[in-house]
Design a protein around this ligand. Structure first.
Ligand code: NAD
Ligand code: UD1
Length: 350
């Protein structure tokens, strides 16, 4: 059993990871300011985790940029004998378009927020960290499947902030031998817990394909726009590596185990399935899962998109003994279970 601080634990990936961590017996303190999430997500996580879980999850509403909030979180997480064992750092902003319009906000939350967190960790002698990085680092990839050795060449402010935090983590890891850090570069996280109780609940119009399709399926939107039908791919639509959020959550547990067992000091790993699916294939698979037609039209390409991004997932398999278990059909089935049971997402607080 470890005592863990989970920043951004109420969000999409954080909530699913909290469930997996509670099921594995860990004690959690979540620090989240609900900038993009609902307290309801963690209530449902506790309910799914079953009897006894409530006492192992403390939630602090607060901001990673505020030292006082971080101090509260570290104080809550410490036992009488020891400090927190590790931090999993999900908190951040993630919308590419918004990052172009509001770059300073992205540098503040993602980079300055991470810097404050690392300073608090150092002050408390907690030096084990799992960080949410992104395949967005690779920009327009030159080699597909993309290995971790591919050049870091982001193409938008969001990507630059992730690259900056990864660099900060390399510098910190090199500064003292006690640090154990994993930067996990997620490909396209999608789907939901199979219960349909927790899932992705974007604010406003979804930027990403999967929640958009889900909202068309449930009748909240009319049709999907397919961004480009002339990409050099098997059917002309863009190809991505979609990873079930439960596989991703289990990847965090595997990374945490590797770090806490005193393994490598710095891990930089892709978390993806290694399989590519086109936009049209995802639409067809979702239609199959929900038993409804998903109307779509092919429109112009979206600026900043690449034709194909797929992970070379071999390093995570070798280093962590982790690989994805769930296919596109399960992703769509579980995503539909969430969306059909929660057509408007989590209940909104008035
Ligand atoms: P999310 O928005 O659902 O979760 C982020 C959480 O962080 C939210 O609960 C939000 O309220 C919280 N938060 C934001 N700013 C905060 C602050 N200043 N202090 C405290 N909490 C704050 O996003 P997600 O999809 O769960 O992503 C989690 C992490 O993974 C992010 O860092 C994101 O950049 C990264 N990531 C996500 C994807 C993806 O497609 N979802 C892909 C690659 C990387
Ligand atoms: C996007 C971001 C990436 C970020 C990731 C997770 C861009 C260019 N990239 O990845 O930085 O890490 O989200 O937040 O924004 N598509 C449609 N119609 C839609 C939406 C998407 O056809 O309505 C297509 C896209 O062109 C792409 C695929 O679906 O081929 C997946 O798109 P999306 O879900 O937005 O993810 P990425 O672009 O891979």
């Amino acid at each position: 059993m470890a005592r863990l601080l989970i920043t951004g634990g109420a969000g999409f990936i954080g909530s699913h990871t909290c469930l997996v961590l509670l099921e594995a017996g860990h004690e959690l303190v979540v620090l989240d300011n609900y900038a993009n999430s609902s307290p309801e997500a963690l209530r449902r996580v506790v309910e799914l985790a079953g009897p006894g879980a409530e006492g192992r999850l403390q939630v602090i509403e607060g901001d990673i940029r505020r030292s006082a909030d971080l101090e509260r979180a570290f104080a809550e997480g410490a036992s009488t004998e020891a400090e927190l064992d590790a931090v999993i750092h999900f908190a951040g902003l993630k919308a590419v378009g918004e990052s172009v319009a509001q770059p300073l906000r992205y540098w503040d939350v993602n980079v300055s927020g991470s810097q404050h967190l690392l300073a608090a960790m150092a002050a408390h002698g907690c030096r084990t960290l799992v960080f949410s990085s992104s395949a967005t680092l690779y920009g327009y990839p030159e080699t597909v499947p993309i290995p971790e050795s591919a050049p870091i060449q982001p193409i938008n402010p969001y990507g630059y902030t992730k690259a900056a935090v990864e660099q900060m983590l390399r510098d910190v890891a090199a500064s003292e031998p006690g640090w154990r850090i994993a930067s996990l570069r997620y490909f396209n996280p999608v789907g939901a817990h199979p219960s349909g109780r927790i899932g992705e609940d974007p604010n406003g119009v979804p930027n990403n394909l999967f929640p958009f399709i889900s909202q068309v399926a449930v009748g909240r939107r009319e049709q999907v726009q397919v961004f480009g039908g002339d990409w050099p791919t098997r059917d002309g639509s863009g190809v991505r590596d979609y990873i079930h959020v439960m596989d991703l959550a289990e990847g965090h547990l595997a990374a945490l185990k590797a770090l806490l067992s005193g393994g490598d000091q710095l891990l930089q790993l892709n978390l993806g399935s290694g399989q590519g699916h086109s936009v049209l294939e995802v639409i067809a698979a979702f239609a199959q899962a929900c038993g409804r037609t998903i109307p779509y039209e092919v429109v112009a390409r979206r600026p900043g998109d690449a034709a194909t991004t797929v992970a070379d997932a071999t390093a995570a398999a070798k280093t962590l003994g982790w690989r994805t278990q769930r296919d596109l059909a399960s992703i769509c089935r579980d995503g539909w279970c969430w969306q059909s049971n929660n057509p408007q997402g989590y209940p909104k607080l008035s």
